[in-house]
Write a protein that binds this ligand. Structure first.
Ligand code: FES
Length: 87
């Protein structure tokens, strides 16, 4: 498990194994636009302000993934204990 923190509200959400960031946020009433939910379309792309995403998408280039400043919450996870998101 890891946590995501939202920059706007300062709220933290725990992401359990097997549950996507997208689902946890949607269930909490935080709307993130999404479409494919498979890491292909890029609709859910979200800016990362701090932390290191564990990229599982097929949308970003290797260079974009390595920059650690955006990720796809429909499928990607975190290598750090917390991801600070620009939401
Ligand atoms: Fe398509 Fe996340 S919804 S990449």
């Amino acid at each position: 498990p890891f946590e995501v923190k939202l920059a706007s509200s300062g709220k933290c959400y725990t992401i359990p194994a097997g549950v996507t960031v997208l689902k946890v946020l949607n269930d909490a009433g935080v709307f993130v636009p999404a479409s494919c939910e498979q890491g292909v379309c890029g609709t859910c792309l979200t800016r990362v302000l701090d932390g290191v995403p564990d990229h599982r998408d097929l949308y970003l280039t290797e260079e974009e993934q390595a920059a650690n400043d955006q990720f796809t919450p429909c499928c990607s996870r975190s290598r750090s204990a917390t991801l600070l998101l620009d939401l």
